[in-house]
Write a protein that binds this ligand. Structure first.
Ligand code: CU
Length: 254
């Protein structure tokens, strides 16, 4: 008759020695799939402004931090499973696990992330936002069910564009967000964080696009059955082209 230790080492016992290999293979298969999520028109991870660069940076820091903690947990789990004979931790081991894993690790992780995200907040709302107002390009954004109206104060009340906002690249743009009916949210993921457009209220958003180009935007607040019909495009032009763009908008006003 086999001793308990021999039973535990019996070849019929499922082996856990290949677990790290399987885990590595799974990560290797998932990573290329995740990479496909990075470079899409609505991806915050393809930043086109200083603010979204800091958002993407925070995301990668958080992903890396989470990955390290996950790997640590997996390693501990594999080591525990491979232990022969299996043994429950003693009183001292439990205390170490509770203090290190339950107090020190979360406290250090949360403090690091909080410190990093407070710096990010400063990047999104710089202190000089008010003083730069005179040189900034201004657009009034009015959300409707289910379309976007963009008004250009420089052109007077009549000239406006629908579902397409035109701004200069490399220049601060100040947006005043309003709504004519229900709560919507203005979001161009590659350019800035999202902000609500609330009826009876004016919310302000500051954006600055690095390069000329077309950037996809959406309504990020469910606003009724036509919510999915509210995508729009932010078109960033060379600063020198902006006058001719505005002249064109004025000419084709409704
Ligand atoms: Cu909406």
């Amino acid at each position: 008759m086999k001793s308990p230790r021999e039973v535990l080492r019996s070849p019929k016992q499922p082996s856990c020695r290949r677990a790290p290999v399987r885990c590595g293979a799974a990560v290797g298969m998932v990573l290329p799939l995740l990479a496909g999520c990075v470079d899409t028109p609505l991806s915050t991870l393809a930043p086109a402004s200083e603010v979204t660069r800091s958002v993407a940076h925070l995301w990668w820091v958080m992903a890396a931090g989470t990955g390290v903690v996950l790997l640590l947990m997996l390693t501990l789990a594999v080591l525990a499973i491979r232990r022969h004979p299996p043994r429950a931790p003693g009183r001292r081991g439990i205390l170490v696990l509770l203090v290190a894993g339950g107090l020190i690790l979360p406290a250090a992780t949360i403090t690091a992330l909080l410190t990093f995200s407070l710096r990010l907040d400063e990047a999104q709302w710089p202190a000089f936002t008010r003083t730069e107002s005179a040189e900034a390009f201004h657009v009034d954004v009015v959300a409707h069910r289910w379309w976007w109206e963009f008004r250009y104060p420089k052109l007077g009340d009549e000239a406006r564009t629908m579902n397409e906002i035109h701004v200069p690249a490399g220049v601060p743009v100040h947006l005043r967000l309003m709504s004519s009916d229900v709560i919507h949210a203005f979001w161009v993921p590659r350019v800035a964080g999202k902000l609500d457009a609330v009826p009876g209220k004016v919310n302000r958003l500051r954006i600055q696009v690095d390069e000329p180009g077309r950037y996809a935007g959406v309504c990020a607040e469910f606003c009724g059955e036509g919510h999915a019909l509210m995508p729009f495009t932010l078109v960033a032009h060379e600063k020198g082209e902006m006058d001719s763009v505005l002249a064109e908008i004025r000419e084709r006003r409704p």
